[in-house]
Design a protein around this ligand. Structure first.
Ligand code: NAD
Length: 471
């Protein structure tokens, strides 16, 4: 990608720093660090005018210590091999941190989706899925992609459909990809899962008395000011849940510029304004910031980069004023910026933990596809009946009558969305405290990022040792 060092080397730097806090043999650490398979391929696309364009694509499987491997597919003109490798490696560590039983992978196609009509995008995506299937880089027990930057539910449907067509009768075919629309085997809550997970991570951090005291901030999310970069899937949903949780959206930055309003923005209104006018700028009541990147340097409590990697570098790090960095994007911080943030005493909530909500709910979607039943279908009515019986017993014992509204909100039985959200919440809370514990119990670990890498290395190493490959 333009103007940055090799992203995979950056991830390796973090890995090496964390590896110093473990005692595994060098060979085992090297096996965990390297990418197991890197598949680079090209295929032709006949465009509307008849000319042929060669499309460049990748799929990287970083670690096959657990199968299937899992990771998103990115459509971007800036995709390059080491970037896909780095993102695949981050997926391995991410899955380990949140106890999702997959190895890490990532895919990329070097295109700007805005330059192709839908029928061409469909052909590119289907051909990509075909090439992966031919080489055994796609399948519910092999490699399960998901959306990432520049892709969404539509592309995931095309992939699922292509794979199913190539594997007639394969019962679990829908489990070959996650992030599908609900009508195509998707799970409720997947689209917003990364953003919701970011909210849970931030809420948990803001409820940590020692951390908030250290930062000089009041306890809780309520009233904390947030600057969000990128109003795509991750940024939009994270902004929504944080605002609904009491935070103030101070500024939102997009490609064309940024806007700020100290009274708070509403992400939905901003999204609609951008859709209607083609730009985030000139939003009623807000101040324009023409240079989008300048928004990162605003005085705020929380900075939430949710667009691309390497936006926080040694160049702009000294000017960052946020006290908490919540990494929605993958790799938004370069290793040279991290020591500057440490020196400032910032709380960095690292990407490999806090944006793991997407892969967590993708795991739930995959489980749903393999079990062929909607979550909650078997227990909803049963639990509702139990809850109603409990309410009746309380009424009989206390003489208090519940209103219809109370009855409906207490005795409803969980549906799929409730179960997915509660599974995600539990995952994010448990992993946060696991990282905090790792940092506090291992002398010298400088921040939560290195704690997260240490925790991931332990889990992947244990897996290799249990396989009997290493002593
Ligand atoms: P997306 O394509 O939905 O959104 C990205 C947004 O960033 C777009 O609105 C785009 O216009 C904006 N953007 C691009 N360049 C920008 C710039 N220079 N300044 C400001 N805004 C800019 O992508 P997404 O799925 O939201 O992914 C965003 C990041 O989050 C990526 O790093 C991705 O790897 C990571 N991530 C995504 C998921 C997921 O579930 N989608 C999960 C984990 C991590």
């Amino acid at each position: 990608m333009s103007g940055q060092a090799n992203f995979f080397d950056q991830v390796t730097q973090y890995f090496s720093e964390a590896a110093k806090f473990t005692t595994y043999p060098q060979g085992l650490l090297e096996q965990i660090r390297v990418c197991n398979s890197v598949y680079r391929f090209d295929f032709p696309l006949r465009r509307a005018g008849g000319e042929i364009e060669v499309i460049h694509a990748w799929r990287v499987e970083h670690s096959q210590h657990k199968m299937p491997v899992k990771g998103g597919i990115r459509f971007s003109p800036d995709v390059y091999e080491e970037e896909v490798m780095a993102l695949a490696a981050l997926m391995t560590y991410k899955c380990a941190i949140v106890d999702v039983p997959f190895g890490g992978a990532k895919g990329g196609i070097k295109i700007d989706p805005k330059n192709y009509p839908i029928d061409e995008l469909e052909r590119i995506t289907r051909r990509y899925a075909l090439e992966l299937t031919k080489k055994h880089f796609l399948g519910p027990g092999i490699d399960v992609p998901a959306p990432d930057y520049g892709t969404g539910e539509r592309e995931m449907s095309w992939i699922a459909d292509t794979y199913a067509a190539l594997n007639p009768g394969e019962l679990d075919a829908l489990g070959c990809v996650t992030g599908k629309p609900v009508t195509q085997g998707g799970v409720r809550g997947r689209k917003e899962a990364t953003g919701r997970g970011l909210y849970f991570a931030l809420r948990e951090a803001c409820n940590e008395p020692d951390e908030m005291k250290r930062l000089g901030l009041p306890l809780g999310l309520d009233g904390k000011t947030i600057v969000v970069q990128g109003l795509g899937n991750v940024g939009y949903h994270a902004a929504k849940f944080c605002r609904e949780g009491g935070a103030i959206l101070l500024a939102i930055a997009e490609r064309e510029g940024a806007i700020m309003n100290p009274k708070g923005l509403n992400e939905d209104e901003v999204f609609n304004h951008r859709k209607a006018t083609g730009s985030i700028l000139n939003f009623p009541g807000a101040t324009n910031i023409e240079n989008s990147a300048a928004a990162l340097e605003l005085q705020c409590d929380v900075l939430l980069p949710a667009a691309l990697e390497s936006v926080l570098t040694k160049e702009n790090a000294p000017r960052i004023k946020a006290k908490i960095l919540l990494e929605g994007a993958n790799g938004p911080t370069t290793p040279e910026a991290d020591p500057i943030f440490r020196q400032k005493g910032m709380l960095v909530i690292p990407d490999i933990y806090c944006n793991a909500g997407g892969v967590t709910v993708s795991y739930f979607e995959w489980l749903k596809n393999l079990s062929h039943v909607r979550f909650g279908r078997m227990q909803k009515r049963h639990e509702q009946a139990n809850e109603l019986a409990m309410l009746k017993a309380i009424e009989a014992a206390t003489g208090r009558k519940f209103t219809e509204l109370e009855r409906a909100s207490i005795a409803r039985g969980p549906d799929e969305q409730d179960l997915v959200n509660s599974g995600l919440e539990e995952t994010m809370i448990a992993a946060f405290h696991d990282l905090l514990k790792t940092q506090r119990e291992t002398k010298g670990i400088p921040d939560l990022r290195i704690a997260a890498f240490v925790s991931a290395i332990h889990k992947v190493a244990r897996s290799y040792m249990e396989l009997g490959i290493f002593p």
